[in-house]
Design a protein. Sequence first.
Length: 237
Amino acid sequence: MWSGPRNISTAMMRSWGARPDTIVCDEPLYAHYLKVTGLPHPGAAETLAAHDTDWRKVVAWLTGPLPDGKAVFYQKHMTHHMLSNIELDWVHALTNCFLIREPREMITSLREFIPKPRIEDTGLPQQVRIFEMVGAATGKVPPVLDARDILLNPRAVLQKFCDRIGLPFHDEMLGWPAGTRESDGVWAKHWYAKVERTTTFGTYRRKIDAVPDELEGLLADCQDLYHQLYPHRITAG
């Protein structure tokens, strides 16, 4: 699942982690991203110490065999972690799906952590690049999910999504125990406080915060990229 930041990506990881046939992983290329960029993200030192920074070793694990009894490997990927030095041929071994969020809502949320985000911080250019690459390789439009659609009707959207990718839907996907998970990255304590209190998908509430004038250009660029993916989204109707 290729997502940008400040989406419902962790809630989606909780949903898939509740399935009896599935294992999940949490942003497996984050440590490599921090090592290369040197960005001072919350928990950066802990992340570098606890997670593999060699993207080739990570990819070998991502494309390797699953544990006994598991048929699905749900990988929560952040597209902004996909730096230009990472070769992408390996993604063709996966079923590639894309999770998007309306840019105004995403940017105003992202500013809580990055006051002056750049276009690459949103992950949208990388997301569109991977979307187009996968579509060209398969000759099919990859599955797209919009966070708003999921929150408005999680059962219907997830049922259609599972059918689209050839997997059975499980009712367990609609609820999970509150708290932490062993599969969470060590950065969870800095980022996951809200999701750790959840037991299901939240109710959609339109975010009405304004984007400051200096970010209007960023918003326009993000809207252009978002609308390349939005028409392909799976809806409840």
